[in-house]
Design a protein around this ligand. Structure first.
Ligand SMILES: [Ca+2]
Ligand SMILES: [Ca+2]
Ligand SMILES: [Ca+2]
Length: 170
């Protein structure tokens, strides 16, 4: 799998209504949904942090600032540099929303709820969890979660990336 294939999968997931453009609203719905499924209200500081982190990603991603992110715009932008600059914080904020018992790891239920909130199919959530939970202790920690997504986005041909590729396929 090359990174452009991975980017196409991710873009398709972000473009919820399938019109070929990721709108600002589509993107900002992600932290809102992650907050909702985790039972968090608007007064939770993690909700505000997640919203702000996603605003930063969208502003970075939307190079021409027209409030529409096309696939070409996305594919040009996505990569290791943008991951470190803005994506890590946004993805970490989603992880924190989902980590409802705040133990620094997602258990199977927390992980599955987050995936569903972000529009991943529920039917392979178990396989995706197993691929990430490499020591099979029933927990996926924050660094492992972020590292696996980074490897996927940047086209690393690791076993983890392949597992995630399957996990993201519809
Ligand atoms: Ca769209
Ligand atoms: Ca744009
Ligand atoms: Ca947890």
């Amino acid at each position: 799998m090359d990174s452009r294939t991975a980017k196409a999968h991710i873009f398709a997931m972000l473009d919820v209504d399938g019109d070929g453009v990721v709108s600002r609203q589509e993107y900002l719905t992600r932290p809102a949904r992650a907050a909702a499924v985790s039972g968090r209200g608007g007064d939770d500081p993690l909700v505000a942090a997640a919203h702000a982190a996603h605003e930063r990603v969208y502003a970075s991603m939307d190079a021409d600032g027209d409030g529409r992110v096309t696939f070409e715009e996305y594919a040009t932008w996505a990569g290791a540099e943008s991951f470190e600059e803005v994506c890590r914080a946004a993805l970490g904020s989603l992880f924190d929303l989902a980590d409802t018992d705040a133990d620094g790891a997602l258990d199977r239920d927390e992980f599955t709820r987050l995936r569903e909130a972000l529009g991943n199919p529920a039917d392979n959530a178990g396989a995706a969890f197993d691929a990430l939970d490499t020591d099979s202790d029933g927990r996926v920690d924050r660094e492992a979660y972020l590292a696996s997504i980074r490897a996927y986005v940047t086209g690393g041909a690791s076993g983890m990336a392949e597992a995630l590729h399957t996990a993201h396929s519809r």
